[in-house]
Design a protein around this ligand. Structure first.
Ligand code: HEC
Length: 127
């Protein structure tokens, strides 16, 4: 009887630990960049036509010819290049200190999208 009790207590004690270990492992896997983006995040030969959709979906509504907060326009190739050359957009989308986090009032862009933009900038922003 005593032994049975001990086993029960031991199990009660271990259950939460197992749960914590289990969840932290699964969390770890979900956050793993490699698993999420491994070979799926295509950053090769980035051109304007391949990154345009990111700005279209996330920036146009507040940064275009119609409405351009802080003079930042993202809706044409020339304007987007000029904006990026100020270095402000890169800091803003990465949410570096000293920059307003963009897109304004929304979660940070997906890491893969940021990588695509970074690769495009590094390549000299080809059209
Ligand atoms: C919902 C509206 C909205 C969206 C969407 C949005 N912005 Fe902004 N953005 C603003 C506003 C408003 C400001 C200016 C805030 C101020 O002047 O205080 C701003 C400012 C900026 C600035 C200047 C910030 C600085 O620190 O210099 C940059 C760069 C910028 N936005 C880039 C972007 C980019 C790139 C995207 C898309 C990824 C984006 N924004 C999406 C509203 C938006």
């Amino acid at each position: 009887m005593k032994c049975y009790f001990f086993v029960m207590k031991f199990r009660l004690f271990l259950a939460p630990i197992f749960l914590i270990v289990f969840f932290s492992l699964t969390q770890c896997e979900n956050n793993s960049e490699e698993k999420l983006y491994g070979n799926d995040c295509d950053t090769l030969n980035m051109t304007y036509s391949k990154v345009k959709f990111i700005f279209q979906n996330n920036c146009y509504s507040c940064h275009s010819a119609n409405l351009s907060y802080r003079g930042i326009k993202t809706d044409t190739y020339e304007d987007l290049k000029a904006a990026i050359n100020t270095n402000r957009p890169w800091g803003a989308i990465n949410r570096f200190d000293g920059y307003l986090p963009m897109p304004n009032g929304q979660p940070k862009l997906d890491e893969c999208l940021i990588k695509k933009i970074g690769a495009w900038i590094n390549a000299g922003m080809p059209e």
